[in-house]
Design a protein around this ligand. Structure first.
Ligand SMILES: Cc1cc2nc3c(=O)[nH]c(=O)nc-3n(C[C@H](O)[C@H](O)[C@H](O)COP(=O)(O)OP(=O)(O)OC[C@H]3O[C@@H](n4cnc5c(N)ncnc54)[C@H](O)[C@@H]3O)c2cc1C
Length: 395
């Protein structure tokens, strides 16, 4: 069995560390900051199947959804941590000017996979979410999805990894790779080299920058998700309320094409959910940019607050207690990057996930299996080898 070094202690790295360690593999998990410091601690908490891409992603998402209740029960039993998993509805409000049937038709592949997604009128929305102002909205796409506490979820996987013998090293930034020809023989960190047999990039939107130090340019870009959270409030929202857009795929490609100058673009104008603690989490997905470490842009906090007050006027006087911006990766075909890097025999990527919470319990199991027996199985569809490799040595 190889000694595996995983870089990135987000949900993907932590779950994979647990699966590998439970399979008897010697695992070291390294993060430049703490556990759950990246996008995994910055998200809206949705266990979301609604944005699964057709094909293998959707098939695996369906399986992940079916297996999730048992996975969560197992995780909670092993760690003693409750992760606040609960069913919720999501409502994508369709603003006047967009054809509701066209928005619904965009989810036809979801219906085919057995997920329930339906159009409801404003009266039905009002019955579900009486506090929401429906100005300019006559319909919404309704889906039964779920939510989870993303911090507790990731920390539980980290606990599970530790309990199985994985070593978790925080505050240790990987700055490069020691190479022997095409093989990696160690990681460079301020604390000295870290050595293993197989190296896994579970570095989310930072993956491309880090892979470059190993001489490979992976086709991964990112958009920025921004969010803020209010003080705890009495119950106002029962599920997620957001605004439907009609430009998802073209948006990401446009961000990439603009090479960072995409500050005017918005994918999701507004989405809000109330945590079990009562805090409202309000988010939007907007511009791209070359940096992956920035905070909320000036003006964005005002946009987030304005969206909240417009749709949820009763929250007008709520205080915002925290805000953040974190990068979310995407690839040219919107599928994840999972598998060995063709020109680097002991470098494995596990990245490129936009909605990671639903699928990570399943993916981590499949990836651990692929690492143990060398067969990617259904993950072959996500292999970096599907793209022509761009090596920085020009070969
Ligand atoms: C505002 C927002 C809302 C979102 N909402 C949802 C949602 O509701 N549901 C959902 O499923 N998904 C959502 N997402 C996306 C989801 O959060 C990500 O898909 C998921 O967190 C990715 O997990 P990851 O483990 O791949 O990456 P990350 O959690 O980003 O982890 C990568 C880790 O790598 C570490 N790292 C990077 N470079 C180095 C280095 N050189 N050395 C050492 N460590 C390094 C980072 O510190 C980080 O901890 C949202 C994202 C954002 C930003």
């Amino acid at each position: 069995m190889p000694d595996v070094v995983i870089i990135g202690a987000g949900i993907v790295g932590c779950a994979l560390a647990a699966r590998l360690a439970e399979g008897g593999i010697n695992v070291t998990l390294i993060d430049q900051a703490e556990v759950v410091a990246g996008a995994s601690g910055a998200n809206l908490s949705l266990v979301l199947w609604g944005d699964a891409e057709p094909g293998v992603s959707l098939t695996l998402t369906r399986r992940a959804w079916d297996e999730l209740p048992a996975e969560i029960a197992d995780l909670e039993a092993r760690t003693g941590l409750g992760v606040e998993f609960r069913p919720i509805h999501t409502l994508a409000l369709v603003p006047d000017g967009l054809d509701p049937r066209a928005v619904l038709a965009g989810g036809a592949h979801l219906t085919e996979a057995g997920f329930e997604t339906e159009l409801i009128d404003a009266a039905a929305v009002r019955a579900l979410e009486p506090a929401v102002d429906l100005g300019g909205v006559r319909a919404a796409v309704y889906q039964e999805q779920a939510a989870i506490n993303p911090f507790l979820f990731t920390l539980a996987w980290a606990d599970r990894a530790r309990a199985a013998g994985a070593s978790i090293v925080t505050d240790t930034r990987v700055t490069g790779f020691r190479m022997d020809g095409e093989r990696i023989v160690g990681l460079e960190t301020a604390g000295g080299p870290v050595v293993g047999d197989l190296y896994v990039l579970a570095t989310g939107a930072w993956t491309r920058a880090l892979a470059m130090t190993a001489g490979v340019d992976l086709p991964e870009d990112h958009i920025i998700g921004q969010a803020c959270v209010t003080e705890a409030l009495p119950p106002l929202l029962h599920g997620l309320v957001g605004e439907a857009g009609d430009k998802r795929v073209s948006f990401e490609l446009e961000v990439a094409a603009r090479g960072g100058d995409a500050s005017g673009l918005r994918l999701v104008e507004f989405a809000a959910i109330q945590a079990m603690s009562g805090n409202l989490v309000v988010g939007q997905v907007s511009h791209g940019g070359p940096s992956v470490g920035e905070g909320v842009r000036p003006g964005s906090l005002r946009d987030l607050a304005a969206g909240l007050v417009r749709r949820l006027p009763v929250a007008r006087s709520a205080s915002i207690i925290r805000s953040w911006a974190k990068p979310v990766p995407f690839t040219p075909d919107h599928q994840p990057l999972i598998g060995p890097v063709p020109s680097r025999p002991n470098l494995f990527v596990a990245s490129g996930l936009k909605s990671a919470l639903i699928i990570t319990p399943l993916l981590s199991k499949l990836i651990a299996g692929a690492i143990a027996d060398g067969d990617l199985g259904p993950l072959r569809a996500f292999s970096p080898g599907r793209f022509e490799e761009r090596r920085l040595d020009g070969r």
